[in-house]
Design a protein around this ligand. Structure first.
Ligand SMILES: Nc1ncnc2c1ncn2[C@@H]1O[C@H](COP(=O)(O)OP(=O)(O)OP(=O)(O)O)[C@@H](O)[C@H]1O
Length: 344
């Protein structure tokens, strides 16, 4: 569905060059759900805008849904769906009217457009809101309306740029439930960008981590955690001397990558921690060194990011730069009523 080779975008503004995307090689197969993860300014949106035919690459190539993004951007836009970062529906229009004009924009005949709109409203839990103006919807309902607008032309491939940013956890979970249902119903390929690590971990079959315009990891969430991060077990002892004895007992255990005493606590790094806890505790118990408390933490995608870059993605600010806002406005202006143009 998507193949890129050395995809590159360099912006030049006021004699300053910004290498936003530096030679990305990516391939996405039909039906996959791929999450592109990275800090602010990593190049996620620029990548998405090139893949959606909204921005011409500086170098390299990309084929999306069978079309070349550089030479056939119109065909790409006509085939795919795109839900950008900004809300695509007009604030003071009615939900039903927005969907009708979007259908018209796609060239979908009236009756068929109404049928699709009604199906999507039902699938996205928006039935009954047709007569409401967009500005009266909750954040979650608005974002779901954005998704409905992006799906009206039944695209085989849908791009979602930070679909859940700014939503509360319950609305996010609800949006994902709906997106998953859409996916099952229409069997489409989904490529999304997100800041939410747990979301990527839970939802995506593949996670592509971008930093400074380059892909630094590309694998299933489980494989990323396995290869680039470790689980941790913390053992706590009321008496520090017992903690020291436990450290001695654990020394030389080949399953453990590191054993770090921290006063009465011992921090252990290992793979597949949950599976090893029973044997580890049984061994300590047999040695008369049963800990007073234990906790196990599974490796997260943030640990993966931290190990790969030395920075925590969680701590990155959520704020958008002026450039990003300007670029988003450009993209929205180029994209038409639902952030993307095209025929049915
Ligand atoms: N139109 C533009 N002109 C100049 N620089 C730009 C433009 N668009 C993006 N950039 C720069 O390119 C880099 C990558 O930006 P991009 O928006 O792709 O990042 P991102 O990973 O999507 O970030 P965010 O998570 O904040 O949306 C940033 O340094 C950004 O300031």
């Amino acid at each position: 569905m998507i193949t890129t080779s050395g995809l590159t975008k360099t912006f030049t503004r006021k004699k300053t060059r910004v290498e936003a995307v530096k030679g990305i090689d990516l391939s996405v197969t039909d039906g996959e759900l791929v999450a592109i993860l990275g800090p602010n300014g990593a190049g996620k949106s620029t990548t998405l805008r090139m893949l959606t035919g909204l921005l011409a690459p500086t170098a390299g190539s990309a084929t999306v849904a069978g079309y070349d993004v550089a030479t056939q951007p119109d065909k790409v836009r006509a085939t795919i769906g795109y839900v950008g970062q900004g809300n695509s529906a007009g604030h003071y229009f009615r939900v039903g009217d927005e969907l009708a004009s979007q259908a018209q924009f796609y060239g979908i005949p009236g009756a068929e457009g109404r049928r699709r709109a009604s199906d999507l409203l039902a699938a996205l839990d928006l039935t009954g809101l047709e007569k409401r103006t967009v500005n009266t919807l909750s954040g979650g309902q608005r974002r779901r309306l954005d998704v409905a607008m992006g799906l009206l032309n039944r695209p085989p491939l849908l791009f979602l740029d930070e679909p859940s940013t700014g939503m509360d956890p319950a609305s996010r979970a609800n949006l994902w439930e709906h997106v998953q249902r859409m996916r099952e119903q229409f069997g489409m390929t989904l490529v999304l960008t997100t800041h939410y690590l747990e979301e990527a971990d839970r939802m995506a079959e593949r996670v592509v981590i971008i930093d400074h315009g380059s892909i630094i990891a590309d694998d299933t969430p489980a494989a990323l955690r396995r290869h680039h991060a470790r689980d941790t077990i913390t053992l706590s002892y009321r008496e520090e001397s017992r903690a020291s004895s436990a450290v001695g007992h654990l020394a030389g255990d080949a399953r453990l990558h590191s054993v770090t005493p921290q006063g009465g606590r011992i921090r252990i790094e290992l793979d597949d921690g949950a599976a090893h806890v029973p044997a580890l505790l049984a061994g300590l118990e047999a040695a008369g060194l049963r800990p007073d408390a234990t906790s196990t933490a599974e490796a997260t995608l943030d640990d993966v990011f931290l190990n790969l870059t030395g920075r925590s993605l969680r701590e990155e600010s959520e704020s958008e730069s002026d450039d990003d806002a300007a670029a988003a406005a450009m993209a929205a202006a180029a994209a038409g009523p639902a952030g993307m143009g095209g025929g049915a």
